[in-house]
Design a protein around this ligand. Structure first.
Ligand code: ZN
Length: 448
C-alpha cells in the first residue's frame, strides 16, 4: 500500500530553479519519493505534516566526514595538521577496535540526522581489518542516514587483504539498487602514500564503477602538484572527488574542470589546521561548484550551517583583503548566501554522484527533506530565504525525512534510544583515551 504524506503550508525552498520558492507551499510525498511541489495541492488521502512557520528544503549533504572520530569530538580543536597526524591518525587511530568504529560511526550518523544532514560521505580511513569495515557499514545502516561509505586504508602500505576486502564489502553490502547506502573508495592519494597505491585504488574504484575520493593539495604536501601528475598519467575523470585542494594551482583547477571532476571543501578545518587558504572563489572562477564538508568533529562542530557561514566568511575575507591591498574597496561581495546553500545541497549531491536522486525538492527525487523552525527567536521573521538558512543552527532543525521516512520529529530523533547511543559512545571514548595524553589533554581538557 502506498503511504502518502503531505507537508503542508511551509515556506518552500526547493533549490530547483524550475520549482522555485513558494511563500506558502506543499510537498507531497508518496512512499520514498517526492511526487508534487506546489501551492494548495488538492490532496485528500494523505497524512498531513503541518509546516506552518517552517522552512521546507532539501536535506543537507556533507561530502566528506571521518565519522569514526565522533566519540573524540573537541580533542583536535586547538591542533595543527601536524599535531592531528601525530596524535589522531598515528596515536589514537591504531587503538580503534571494530566496536569503536561502530560507536563513532553510529554517533556521528545520528549527529548528522539531528543537524539536518540527510546524506553524508563517511570517509572511513580506519579499516584496520575486515571486521572494522563490517561494523562501520552496520552502524551506517542501523542509523537510517543516507550515506556513501568510503572504504579507506588507515596508512600506507595497505594490508595484503585490503584490495580483496574492498571488493567483498562492495559486492556483499552494496549490491541492491535503491539502497540508502552507496559505496566509494577513499584513497590515501599521492600525498599520503605512494602513487602506486593511488593507481591501485583508482583501478579498484573504476572496476567497481564507483567514485574515488582523495585529499589533495593539503598544506606543504600539496606542493608536489599531484593533480598535474595524475593528469599526466591520464587518470583524471568525472568519477573523482578531490578534497581541500588548497595548494592546487589554477591550471590544476582547469584540469579538474576539463575532466568533469568534483571538489569537496572544508573551509573551517582548512583555516584552523593549515591546509592552506580555502579555494572557494578560485574554484568558482574555474567553473567548479564545490560540495561542502565538516571533515572532523574532533576539530570543528558537526554543523553544515556553520560550514556554509565559514565558506562565505573565508571567501569574502579573501576578496576584501585582496581589494584593500590594491587600495580599492569592493562594490559587491560576489558570493552569496544562495551560492553556499546550493553547495550544501544540490552541489554536494552532484559531488557524490547522487544529484539525480537527492539535493533538491524535485518531483521524482527521493523525499529527503528538512523543516527548519522559524518560530525560534533566531529566525523569527524571514526577509531573505537563503540567508535565513545560512544563519540557522542545528536547533532550528525540527523535522527530518529520509526517503519519506521521518527520522527526526518536533526536534527529537525518532527510532533510537539516545541514552543507549550515549552509553555506547562513552564506553568507547573511555577505552580509547585510557592512559592517553596529547597536547591540550590533561591540562585544559578533562573528560566528562
Ligand atoms: Zn578529511
Amino acid at each position: 500500500m502506498t503511504t502518502r504524506t503531505l507537508v503542508r503550508g511551509g515556506i518552500v525552498f526547493s533549490v530547483d530553479p524550475d520549482v522555485g520558492e513558494l511563500p506558502r507551499g506543499d510537498v507531497l510525498v508518496e512512499d520514498d519519493r517526492i511526487v508534487a511541489v506546489g501551492e494548495s495541492l488538492p490532496v485528500q488521502d494523505a497524512q498531513v505534516v503541518d509546516a506552518t512557520n517552517r522552512i521546507v528544503m532539501p536535506g543537507l549533504v556533507d561530502t566528506h566526514r571521518h565519522l569514526w572520530q565522533s566519540c573524540l569530538r573537541q580533542l583536535a580543536v586547538d591542533w595543527t595538521l601536524g599535531q592531528y597526524f601525530e596524535h589522531m591518525l598515528l596515536g589514537l587511530g591504531p587503538r580503534f577496535t571494530p566496536e569503536d568504529v561502530y560507536a563513532g560511526t553510529f554517533l556521528g550518523a545520528i549527529e548528522a540526522l539531528d543537524a539536518g544532514i540527510t546524506t553524508i560521505m563517511d570517509w572511513a580511513h580506519i579499516m584496520r581489518s575486515p571486521d572494522h569495515a563490517d561494523e562501520a557499514v552496520r552502524a551506517l545502516r542501523e542509523s537510517g542516514v543516507r550515506a556513501v561509505f568510503g572504504y579507506g586504508n588507515p596508512l600506507p602500505p595497505p594490508a595484503e587483504w585490503y584490495r580483496k576486502d574492498v571488493i567483498r564489502v562492495a559486492e556483499q553490502s552494496f549490491s541492491s539498487t535503491g539502497d540508502l547506502l552507496t559505496f566509494a573508495v577513499a584513497s590515501n592519494g599521492p600525498e599520503f602514500g605512494p602513487m602506486e597505491d593511488t593507481l591501485v585504488d583508482l583501478e579498484l574504484a573504476r572496476h567497481l564503477g564507483v567514485r574515488a575520493s582523495m585529499h589533495i593539495g593539503v598544506g606543504l604536501l600539496g606542493r608536489q602538484r599531484s593533480v598535474t601528475e595524475l593528469n599526466r598519467l591520464g587518470l583524471l575523470g568525472p568519477d573523482l572527488i578531490y578534497i581541500h585542494c588548497n595548494a592546487c594551482t589554477d591550471a590544476e583547477f582547469g584540469m579538474i574542470a576539463d575532466s568533469g571532476g568534483h571538489v569537496s571543501i572544508s573551509p573551517r578545518i582548512e583555516m584552523q589546521m593549515g591546509h592552506g587558504y580555502p579555494v572557494t572563489g578560485r574554484l568558482l572562477d574555474a567553473g567548479i561548484q564545490p560540495g561542502l564538508s565538516v571533515d572532523i568533529v574532533s576539530g570543528v562542530g558537526g554543523s553544515l550551517f556553520a560550514e556554509m557561514r565559514g565558506t562565505l566568511e573565508a571567501e569574502r575575507g579573501r576578496r576584501n583583503s585582496d581589494a584593500l591591498s590594491r587600495g580599492e574597496a569592493l562594490s559587491e561581495l560576489g558570493i552569496t548566501a544562495r551560492d553556499v546553500v546550493r553547495m550544501a545541497t544540490i552541489e554536494g549531491a552532484r559531488t557524490l554522484g547522487l544529484d539525480d536522486r537527492i539535493g533538491s525538492l524535485t518531483p521524482g527525487k527521493q523525499a529527503d527533506l528538512i523543516l527548519l523552525d522559524i518560530d525560534l527567536p533566531n529566525l523569527s521573521l524571514v526577509n531573505n530565504l537563503p540567508a535565513a538558512v545560512v544563519l540557522a543552527d542545528n536547533h532550528n532543525v525540527d523535522t527530518v525525512f529520509i526517503a519519506g521516512r521521518p527520522v527526526k520529529v518536533a526536534g527529537r530523533i525518532v527510532g533510537h534510544d539516545m541514552r543507549a547511543v550515549q552509553r555506547l559512545a562513552r564506553s568507547s571514548r573511555d577505552r580509547l583515551l585510557a592512559g592517553w595524553s596529547g597536547p591540550g589533554y590533561g591540562g585544559s581538557f578533562r573528560r566528562f
